[in-house]
Unconditional design. Structure first.
Length: 423
């Protein structure tokens, strides 16, 4: 989940410290769901070097010379569980996974405070910069000059001036207030699949919603209460396992719940906003409130939630047959996985599908499939995917996107909107 909040940074860091020379405001781009989700490799260790939660190996066993070619990106960290399995054998796995997801506490739960990785185990004292911007009770969840590229699908970009990983909802409110008072630009980072960071880095505060308090999934009758940091695909699995329909068509779009709702992600002719009952947010004034689905202003691939921080979402779903839901979900999951580029694990979907035609069809019709700019290209078979090859830069990404938008507009009159957020 990757939101942007319209603060404007007035204080900067020297370039030598990974800062940006000049004020930074909110990126002028369309709302977008974090459309691609987590990373998974054949060896069970993700691209950032962290051990996958389902495979307990502590490090990759692949030879360094073969690592890039052997690793592959899947639609969701559960995809490897289905490799080579017939359709009929997957239902028990899905049901067990749904039960596992239910052990995560609902949003706002504090029972996992000590189980989540804390950042106050660093031996060095907080720097003067941290104490200048943040109150003492937040210093243990904020770090300075933290690299972002390892958390992003494109693997491009410099550090964040400040990176916070709050473990309680109250901490998010305090971080928002501190950023607002100090005029720090603010972004919320989910899975990093639709984010491009400049090599100079992001001169502001990045809040990463990865703690259990912000990523819980709880079923109450026919409703799902989901933390904004929860993965969309995990929410789909859980609701399907509970026999609740309304989200299954979104499987294989493994962004976070918060970003999916902000961007009103859609598939198979139905958007996520159609099953949203309410959204708990921190608004642009820093106030915590709950909006109804109608107040969120859902339209084609957009909402009025940009500029807010989504904390949790309540979905109103429909009881259905578990077996039928599972079969539909599996078919969609396989279909979407087959459409992704298999030869590269550094990909993103830079464009939003227009209302009348998909971005893939539009780019194919204009002869731009496979177009290249330096070490960045569009996939030749699935040109709605942008691929960052070795030595790719943010400038090359921006130039390629600009070329595609210009040519599509000239040939078709359609102005492709950005799904990719540029920080």
């Amino acid at each position: 989940m990757d939101f942007q909040v319209p603060f404007r940074a007035t204080k900067t860091l020297p370039a030598a410290q990974g800062g940006v020379l000049g004020p930074v405001g909110a990126a002028k781009c369309s709302p977008a769901a974090d459309f691609l989700g987590g990373r998974q490799t054949d060896c069970g260790v993700d691209d950032s070097g962290r051990t996958n939660v389902f495979r307990r190996s502590s490090q990759c066993a692949c030879p360094e010379s073969q690592r890039k070619s052997r690793h592959r990106r899947l639609g969701d960290p559960l995809d490897f569980m289905f490799a080579g399995r017939p359709i009929e054998s997957r239902l028990p796995i899905l049901l067990r996974t749904a039960k596992l997801a239910s052990s995560v506490p609902p949003p706002g739960g504090g029972g996992f405070r000590n189980s989540h990785r804390q950042m106050n185990d660093v031996s060095s004292a907080p720097s003067e910069s941290l104490t200048e911007f943040f109150p003492e009770d937040l210093l243990h969840v904020v770090r300075e000059n933290q690299p972002l590229r390892e958390t992003l699908w494109l693997g491009i970009g410099g550090p964040a001036r400040f990176l916070a990983e709050p473990v309680e909802i109250d901490q998010i409110e305090k971080l928002y207030t501190a950023a607002r008072e100090k005029q720090l630009a603010l972004r919320v980072l989910g899975q990093g699949s639709n984010v491009l960071v400049r090599e100079a880095g992001f001169d502001g505060l990045v809040i990463k919603l990865s703690a259990p308090a912000t990523s819980g999934l709880e079923i109450q009758g026919q409703k799902l209460i989901a933390g904004a940091g929860a993965k969309l695909t995990h929410a789909v699995i859980k609701t399907v396992g509970e026999g609740l329909g309304g989200l299954e068509h979104l499987v294989g779009i493994p962004g976070s719940i918060g970003a999916a709702v902000v961007g009103n992600v859609s598939a198979e002719g139905r958007d996520i906003g159609s099953v949203v009952e309410s959204i708990e947010i921190i608004d642009e004034e820093g106030k915590r409130k709950t909006l109804t689905g109608e107040e969120a202003g859902f339209a084609h691939r957009q909402s009025t939630l940009m500029g807010t921080v989504v904390l949790s979402v309540t979905f109103n779903l429909e009881p259905k047959d578990v077996s039928a839901l599972t079969k539909r979900m599996q078919k969609l999951w396989i279909h979407r996985g087959q459409r992704r580029p298999s030869e590269s694990n550094r990909i993103a979907m830079p464009f939003i599908d227009p209302d009348s035609i998909s971005a893939c069809e539009l780019i194919n019709s204009t002869g731009l499939a496979g177009i290249r700019e330096g070490d960045v290209s569009l996939d030749s078979a699935a040109p709605h995917y942008l691929i960052a090859h070795e030595n790719a830069t943010s400038d090359q990404c921006v130039k390629l996107i600009g070329r595609v938008r210009e040519q599509v507009l000239m040939q078709t009159g359609i102005d492709l909107q950005l799904n990719l957020q540029i920080w």
